[in-house]
Design a binder for this molecule. Structure first.
Ligand SMILES: NC(=O)c1ccc[n+]([C@@H]2O[C@H](COP(=O)([O-])OP(=O)(O)OC[C@H]3O[C@@H](n4cnc5c(N)ncnc54)[C@H](O)[C@@H]3O)[C@@H](O)[C@H]2O)c1
Length: 506
C-alpha cells in the first residue's frame, strides 16, 4: 500500500470525457490534480464541469459542502501538459492515436520527476507500444477507466511487456484508494472487458445474419430471459457503430483473425451508411426525439385446437396450469403438438433423434423464464401445429418469441458465446477467473460473471450448445475453449483454476 498511500499529486493530461472523470474521482479521493490539455478551453470547461458535479453530489448528500470545497481546491489547471511538475503520477487520456501518445510520453519523460509513474488510459492501443517511446519503458502501465468514470467503478490495470513488477501492484492499491475496483488484465487486444464483451455482440449478429431472430427478438430475449439490462442491438445503438465496429475489427485482427472474434459485415455496411445508432437518430432502431421505436410483439393465435405432448414434465405442468390440454404418456398421440426442450440441439434434430414426429414438433428453449419463452420452428414443421404450439405457450401468460430453429435457439447460443469467450480468457491466463467475473459484472452490467453463469447453467450444457453449433455449421467460431472442455469433462468448477503443476511442486 506504501506508494499508493504516499501519492499526493497526479497530472491528468487530456481533459475530455475520460480525463475529467478521472480528475473528479482523484480530487474527491484527496489527491492534488493538475489538469492539462492541448486546448486551454478544455481545461477550463473540465474544471467547471467537475465543480458542478461536486455540487450535485452535495445535493444528493454524497459529499459535504466542506468536502466539495476542499476537492475543488485540489483541482489545479496548468497551461501546458509539459509545464514543470512534482507529480507522482501522470494519467494520460488524450485522443486515441499511437503517435500522439508516444510523442507526449517522450516529452513528459524529460520534465517529470524520475519517481513519477506513467499511466495510459488507452482502450485499444498496446500499452507496450506506447511504453517503447520512453527511455525507461518500465515506468509505464495501462490504467483503463470506463465511461462515465465516477459511475463505472472498474479499472483495468495493465502492465506492458517491460513494466516494473511493483507498478501493477501499486496501481491496484491506488485504484482502491480512488474508491474503484481494480482488476488485473494483460496487454492483449481489448484487454479484459472489451474482449469478454465480444461474446454477446458477435453471436447476436450471427443470429441475425442467419435469420434465426430479428433485432427486437434478440434484445427481448436477452432482457427477459438472460436478465441483461440492455439487449445487444440496443447496446450497439447506444455506444454507436463508429465505436463498436472498429473495436470488433481491432480485437479480431489483434488476435490474427481468430474466428471466435470475427466481426460481422452487417455492422460494417451499416457503419458506412451512417446508421450509427442514437447519435444519428437511426441505428438498429429508429429514434424519434430520442425515444426508441420498437415494433409491437406479434399477436399469438388464440385457439389451442390440439393437445400438447412434451419431453418436459415441467413444461406440461405449466401448460396444464394454464388450462391447455396436455398428454403425459410416453409417446404423443397422432393428434398432439410435440414440444421438445433440448439443450444444444435444434428442435428438428432433437425430435428426429428421439423418434418423434418431426412435422408436428417445435422446440421450446429450456432457458425460458416466467416473463418470456422462445418457440423454435423448423422449416419442415406443419404450420397448423406450429400455430397451436404458439397459442398453447401464449396461454400461459408469458410473452412468446417465435424464432427459426437453430442449435441453441437464441438464449442458449448467446449465453454459450459469453461463457466460452470468458473461458478463453481464463485459459490463456489473460486474467484470473475472479477478475473476469468481477470485471464483466461491473463494467458490462451482466447479472452474473460469465464463468459463474456458465457454472450455474452447467459446463456440460454450455459445451453441448457449442458442439451442436460447431457440428451444424462447421464454423470454427464455435470451437469450445479447453478451459470449458476440461472442466466439463472433469466435473470442475469454471470459476476455479484447479490443481496446477506449480501446486504440486510447492
Ligand atoms: N470515451 C470512452 O468511452 C473511453 C473509455 C475508455 C478509454 N477511453 C480512452 O481515453 C482516451 C481519451 O478519450 P476521450 O473519450 O476522453 O476523448 P475526448 O476526445 O473526449 O478527449 C480527448 C482530449 O485530449 C486532448 N488532446 C488531444 N491531443 C492532445 C495532446 N497531444 N496533448 C494534450 N491533450 C490532447 C483533446 O483536446 C481532448 O480534450 C482515449 O485514449 C480513449 O481511447 C475512452
Amino acid at each position: 500500500m506504501q506508494w499508493a498511500e504516499q501519492v499526493s499529486a497526479v497530472r491528468v493530461i487530456g481533459t475530455g470525457v475520460m480525463g475529467r472523470g478521472i480528475a473528479q474521482i482523484a480530487a474527491a479521493a484527496g489527491l492534488a490534480v493538475e489538469l492539462a490539455d492541448a486546448r486551454a478551453e478544455a481545461v477550463t470547461s473540465a474544471v467547471d464541469q467537475i465543480g458542478r458535479m461536486f455540487d450535485k453530489l452535495v445535493g444528493k448528500g454524497r459529499m459535504t459542502a466542506e468536502q466539495a470545497a476542499a476537492a475543488r481546491e485540489r483541482l489545479r489547471p496548468v497551461d501546458s501538459p509539459l509545464a514543470p511538475t512534482e507529480c507522482d503520477l501522470v494519467v494520460e487520456a488524450v485522443r486515441e492515436d499511437l503517435a500522439t501518445k508516444r510523442e507526449l510520453f517522450a516529452e513528459l519523460e524529460k520534465i517529470c520527476p524520475a519517481r513519477a509513474v506513467f499511466a495510459t488510459n488507452t482502450s485499444s492501443l498496446q500499452v507496450t507500444s506506447i511504453a517503447t517511446a520512453l527511455d525507461d519503458p518500465s515506468r509505464l502501465a495501462g490504467l483503463h477507466f470506463f465511461n462515465p468514470v465516477p459511475l463505472m467503478r472498474l479499472v483495468e490495470v495493465i502492465p506492458g511487456a517491460r513494466t516494473a513488477a511493483w507498478i501493477p501492484d501499486a496501481l491496484v492499491d491506488l485504484v482502491r484508494r480512488l474508491g474503484h475496483t481494480p482488476v488485473r488484465a494483460t496487454d492483449t487486444p481489448g484487454f479484459l472487458v472489451n474482449h469478454a464483451g465480444r461474446g454477446l455482440i458477435t453471436e447476436a449478429l450471427q443470429v441475425l445474419a442467419e435469420g434465426v431472430a430479428t433485432t427486437s427478438d434478440v434484445d427481448r430475449i436477452c432482457r427477459d430471459v438472460l436478465g441483461l439490462r440492455m439487449g445487444p442491438f440496443e447496446l450497439m445503438d447506444l455506444t454507436g457503430l463508429d465505436v463498436t465496429h472498429p473495436a470488433m475489427e481491432s480485437i479480431w485482427t489483434g488476435y490474427y483473425g481468430d474466428p471466435r472474434l470475427r466481426p460481422s459485415p452487417i455492422t460494417r455496411t451499416r457503419l458506412e451508411a451512417g446508421l450509427l445508432g442514437r447519435k444519428t437518430g437511426e441505428g438498429f432502431y429508429a429514434y424519434v426525439d430520442g425515444v426508441k421505436q420498437e415494433e409491437p410483439e406479434p399477436q399469438a393465435p388464440e385457439a389451442v385446437a390440439r393437445p400438447v405432448w412434451s419431453d418436459s414434465a415441467d413444461l406440461l405442468d405449466v401448460l396444464a396450469g394454464a388450462g391447455v390440454q396436455v398428454e403425459r404418456g410416453p409417446e404423443p398421440s397422432a393428434e398432439a403438438v410435440v414440444l421438445v426442450t433440448p439443450y444444444g440441439h435444434s428442435a428438428a434434430t432433437a425430435a428426429r433423434s428421439a423418434d418423434l414426429p418431426v412435422a408436428r414438433a417445435c422446440g421450446v428453449d429450456p432457458l425460458s423464464t416466467e416473463a418470456r419463452c422462445t418457440l423454435s420452428v423448423h422449416p419442415a414443421c406443419d404450420a397448423e401445429f406450429a400455430r397451436s404450439a404458439w397459442a398453447a405457450l401464449a396461454a400461459t401468460g408469458r410473452a412468446v418469441t417465435v424464432v427459426r430453429d437453430s442449435p441453441g435457439m437464441v438464449a442458449q447460443r448467446i449465453l454459450a458465446a459469453i461463457v466460452n469467450t470468458s473461458c478463453f480468457i481464463a485459459e490463456q491466463r489473460l486474467a484470473s477467473p475472479a477478475d473476469i467475473d468481477t470485471a464483466v459484472r461491473i463494467a458490462l452490467g451482466y447479472p452474473r460473471g460469465p464463468l459463474e453463469w456458465g457454472q450455474q447453467v452447467g459446463p456440460r450444457r454450455v459445451l453441448s450448445v457449442l458442439r451442436a453449433l460447431q457440428s451444424a455449421t462447421g464454423d470454427p467460431r464455435y470451437r469450445p475453449s479447453r478451459w470449458l472442455v476440461e472442466r466439463a469433462e472433469l466435473g470442475l468448477d469454471l470459476t476455479e483454476t484447479g490443481t496446477t503443476p506449480q501446486d504440486l511442486l510447492t
